[in-house]
Design a protein around this ligand. Sequence first.
Ligand SMILES: [Ca+2]
Ligand SMILES: [Ca+2]
Ligand SMILES: [Ca+2]
Length: 470
Amino acid sequence: MRTRSGIGSPSRGIPDPAAVNGLMNAFGSAALVLALAAAAAAQDAPPPKPQEPPVAFRPVEEAKPAETAGEKAPGPAVLVVGPAKVTLYGFLRGDVEYDDSRMDNAVFPQWVLTEARSTGARLNDEDLIFHPRLSRLGVKVEGKPLTDLFGAIPTGLLEIDFYNANVSTESRAVPRIRHAFAQIEWPDFETSVLFGQFWQNLSPLFPLVNSDLVMWNAGNAGDRAPQARLTWKTLRGSFGVSTAVAWLLTGAVDQKNLDGVAPLTDSQPDGQASGRPSVEGRVAVSWMPWPDKKKAAELGVAYHEGWERTRFPIGTRGERHFRSEAVAVDLVVPFTPGIFLRAEAWAGRNLSDIRGGIGQGVNATTGREITARGGWAELEVRTFSFHRIGLGATVDDPENDEVPTGATQATAGRTLNRTAYVANRLDLGKGVEFGADWIWWNTRYHRTAAGARMGQGTANRVDVYLMVGF
Ligand SMILES: [Ca+2]
Ligand SMILES: [Ca+2]
Ligand SMILES: [Ca+2]
């Protein structure tokens, strides 16, 4: 559900690579300027409202609640605890997922395994999984104004689910932090400061389909990470501007440790070892195309840069320093109050920490960063008061010549990861939702160094779920 065309051809759904290149050229310098401006000023970050779709006229933070569909819960439960107002929200949910061909992981799907017979793989190797891991609980805290701090309002949020890879069995899922942050807002100055874990500050939208891994590494960039963030946002009539700059932990998502792989023995992730944070800036404008003042359009442009350092030299180039860079755009357009276009496009290099490049940041054989581009677009249509449908496509396209050339599934380079999908959401009322998704998924692999084909994999993934929100 959220979206923006890749620029170039919204009607086609998938951003055309050439168009994305053009976009990168066009936006590269602009994004840099905006990011710098953002760094010089302050930016956007009000308390998130985890239960609302990103179409509402509010800063992206609030605009990106649930990776999953949590967006239709009824009213939150509010408690008063000491000096704070505490709001509970969340949902209980169970998913049933079937793949007609083997994914890299049935619960955390990122790409399709190759089906090339020469690799020993099987064609259409199906799987089935049941899990309640997306059930979610959130606690939002809002304190009383701090008069000595110019009327600052303290807020905070803790949000957990059970989508944690570190479990012994599927019946023993364990909690995972999604968000956990403390924030201070100065309403008079339209400014706020946030410390803790929250969304990365680029590509804030995510598709309606695939509540599990939201098409990360298949075209949708932008995960969550520990950070410090400064936000400034303003609203003038129906026109808004929001600017945010964030300093984030590099490696919070990919935990990259290039010199921690045998025979190298370094124990520190390379992002931490750099001694520097990633820096991300985003500027967005929003407006109300419809008189109902409920459905906002928004266009955002973001820039990302990060640094990694290893103790031991990596690859034939003997590199010890690595850069991560990206530019990204995101767009939400309500064509009518019931039809939305949402899309993102991005391009850069060494993007595994922001969920780009099909999880490939640096080629450890050569010691080079891998460049990639991608994005996704989705049309969401409200057909009836109780039904929404999402039609979309995603693509993640690393530079073929830069990915690894291994001869096994685990070491082969992934050159293209793309999907097309249909998502159905049935609103049964009182916070109850039923979903049914179908995703066509195709992943291509690079030939081995010796020139042998590693082929490709194509899967159909179906997910149905029942959710009760509160
Ligand atoms: Ca297949
Ligand atoms: Ca995104
Ligand atoms: Ca390291």
